[in-house]
Design a protein around this ligand. Structure first.
Ligand SMILES: Nc1ncnc2c1ncn2[C@@H]1O[C@H](COP(=O)(O)OP(=O)(O)OP(=O)(O)O)[C@@H](O)[C@H]1O
Ligand SMILES: [Mg+2]
Length: 311
């Protein structure tokens, strides 16, 4: 039988334990207790419309959109996610229905349905709303071609909602609108670039990370010159960062060399918890709030909110 003295000895052994495992356990416990503390941040003076785009597929656009949105909401911000990808992955992760027939982005862009009619609250996360995307949206890319002012549809819908703008709009005003773009530079992404003032580019810490970015930046210049002078690349987020590899560190340095302070200091680690959350209809912020992925997204959200205060 163990005595209290034995247990005290045992606790001392654990406390003295400097093995990596002990340290990892301690870090996780610390992170968990920290994650309970989420003091609200001040709200921006006007809605910040952020376009999450990179025409390269699978770099973490959707994952970053939903987790940053959840993080911002956890920091007391009112957030709208617009799912602009016909795959509807953001809608899935936020647990919002997007079966065919559900009103969503397609109706908003093609049928002139009002934003307030297509918006749904995220059931898991207070302060977070979603415009879901159904597979119908795949047709919008073609159907919009013949529509008047086809690239300004999303902007018109946002402004017409009465919930995007400065604080005169009242309590219901959204502080952030995050737009999850498909991996292409077609009319859907163009609508986002016209509607937003800030572009957030997720970059995967992998070989060829910067490949293809030139095309995106050229599109941004074109949009700025002809359609939306307010547009700027405001935020670069390094995703799927593997701290054990020199390659990831090298890529991150290269990205920082290109974009400087636009790169968030927080890198999102590659983590299984992040990738399994959507299959439970959740973000990692609710699925495993103490995990490194969730804590990183929360810290990145804090950085974004803080940057808005400086501007
Ligand atoms: N930090 C991470 N750790 C582990 N897996 C991740 C992480 N971020 C994203 N993933 C996984 O990588 C894949 C691609 O991510 P995601 O869907 O967010 O990219 P995307 O840029 O939106 O892709 P698409 O271009 O198809 O829209 C997904 O399976 C996702 O779960
Ligand atoms: Mg996506």
């Amino acid at each position: 039988m163990r005595t209290a003295a034995d247990l005290a000895d045992f606790a001392q052994v654990i406390a003295d334990d400097e093995t990596p495992l002990a340290r990892a356990t301690e870090n996780t416990l610390l992170a968990r207790s920290k994650s309970q503390m989420r003091p609200p941040m001040p709200r921006p003076s006007a809605t910040r419309v952020m376009v999450v785009a990179n025409q390269k597929g699978g770099v973490g656009k959707t994952t970053s959109t939903v987790n940053l949105a959840a993080g911002l909401a956890q920091l007391g911000q009112r957030v709208l996610v617009v799912d602009l990808d016909p795959q509807g992955n953001a809608s899935t992760a936020l647990s919002v229905d997007h079966f065919q027939g559900t009103l969503g982005t397609y109706e908003l862009l093609v049928d002139d349905t009002a934003l307030n009619e297509v918006v749904r609250p995220c059931p898991e996360i207070p302060l977070l709303d979603v415009v879901p995307a159904t597979i119908d949206l795949a047709g919008a890319e073609i159907e919009l071609v013949s529509v008047v002012a086809r690239e300004g549809r999303l902007k018109k819908a946002l402004l017409g909602s009465g919930r995007v703008g400065d604080s005169s709009l009242g309590e219901d005003r959204w502080d952030y609108v995050l737009i999850d773009c498909p991996p292409s530079l077609g009319l859907l992404t163009l609508n986002a670039l016209v509607a937003g003032a800030e572009l957030l580019i997720p970059i995967q810490a992998e070989y060829y990370a910067l490949e293809g970015l030139g095309q995106l930046l050229k599109t941004v210049d074109m949009v700025r010159a002809h359609l939306n002078p307010d547009l700027a690349v405001s935020t670069i987020l390094i995703t799927m960062y593997d701290a054990r590899t020199r390659l990831a560190a090298g890529v991150a340095d290269e990205v920082r060399g290109h974009f400087g302070d636009q790169v968030l200091r927080t890198y999102i680690p590659r983590s299984v918890r992040v990738s399994e959350a959507p299959s439970y209809g959740q973000t990692v912020m609710t699925y495993d709030p103490g995990s490194p992925g969730a804590l990183s997204y929360l810290e990145a959200a804090r950085e974004i909110a803080r940057k808005g205060m400086e501007a």
